[in-house]
Design a binder for this molecule. Structure first.
Ligand code: HEC
Ligand code: HEC
Ligand code: HEC
Length: 151
């Protein structure tokens, strides 16, 4: 009896491992993606297929340009992604697994450190009380205040 139980558990474990392993391979191949909320506006900064495949290197390239050479173009800026892709429920790109940037990443097992420094939410449109200076959390880099203390 005990032996049979052991084999059963092993079979269940292998079955689960197979189920869990499949989605990340599909996500990496761009097939059968999780449901994504559509971005704001008519189109992304590049066509959808290009974005799916190449957004990682775009963002890194953009960062290298800004950080190392002081060139500031906004086309592939991370701030732009957040402005158009913040979820309607959370107002964030990465606070739940349904949020845009998290959806695929959770699926594919990708973990980003970007949100340690960069805000996951767009800067407030009308910062601070009327007539006062903008709140400090209007800065896209003050992630601790914008993302919330829980992160
Ligand atoms: C240790 C803090 C830190 C981390 C982690 C970090 N960044 Fe940045 N990032 C910065 C700073 C500082 C700047 C310069 C911001 C400025 O000058 O406005 C910057 C600028 C950028 C820019 C150019 C400005 C913009 O909004 O487009 C991009 C793109 C960018 N980072 C992408 C990323 C991505 C993608 C990740 C994760 C893979 C990441 N960063 C992780 C600190 C960080
Ligand atoms: C002006 C608003 C806007 C900006 C800025 C923007 N996007 Fe998009 N993005 C969209 C829209 C709208 C779509 C849906 C396009 C479609 O339906 O074909 C989209 C689609 C995508 C997709 C494909 C989603 C899918 O269905 O597979 C990815 C990935 C993506 N964007 C990532 C990014 C990243 C990363 C950035 C920042 C570098 C960014 N976007 C900036 C509006 C934007
Ligand atoms: C359509 C699915 C999808 C969406 C939506 C998506 N990503 Fe990704 N992202 C991926 C996959 C898959 C990888 C891993 C690619 C690889 O390892 O080659 C990845 C990797 C990355 C990387 C590189 C991570 C590393 O450590 O090298 C960055 C940066 C990144 N994504 C940023 C974003 C941001 C920011 C958003 C939201 C604006 C976003 N992604 C939305 C699928 C997506």
């Amino acid at each position: 009896m005990a032996r049979l139980g052991h084999w059963l558990r092993l079979a269940v474990f292998l079955g689960m491992a197979a189920v869990l392993a499949t989605p990340s391979q599909e996500a990496a191949a761009g097939v059968n993606l999780p449901k994504l909320e559509k971005g704001k506006g008519d189109a992304c900064v590049e066509d959808t297929e290009t974005m799916r495949r190449h957004h990682m290197s775009m963002l890194k390239h953009q960062r290298d340009k800004t950080m190392r050479h002081g060139i500031r173009t906004t086309k592939h800026s991370l701030k732009g992604c957040v402005e158009c892709h913040a979820g309607s429920k959370t107002g964030s790109v990465a606070s739940t697994k349904e949020d845009f940037c998290m959806a695929c990443h959770a699926y594919a097992g990708v973990k980003l450190d970007c949100w340690d420094c960069h805000a996951t939410k767009p800067a407030p449109k009308t910062p601070g009380p009327v007539g006062k200076a903008p709140r400090p959390d209007a800065s896209p880099l003050l992630a601790a205040t914008v993302n919330g203390a829980s992160q």
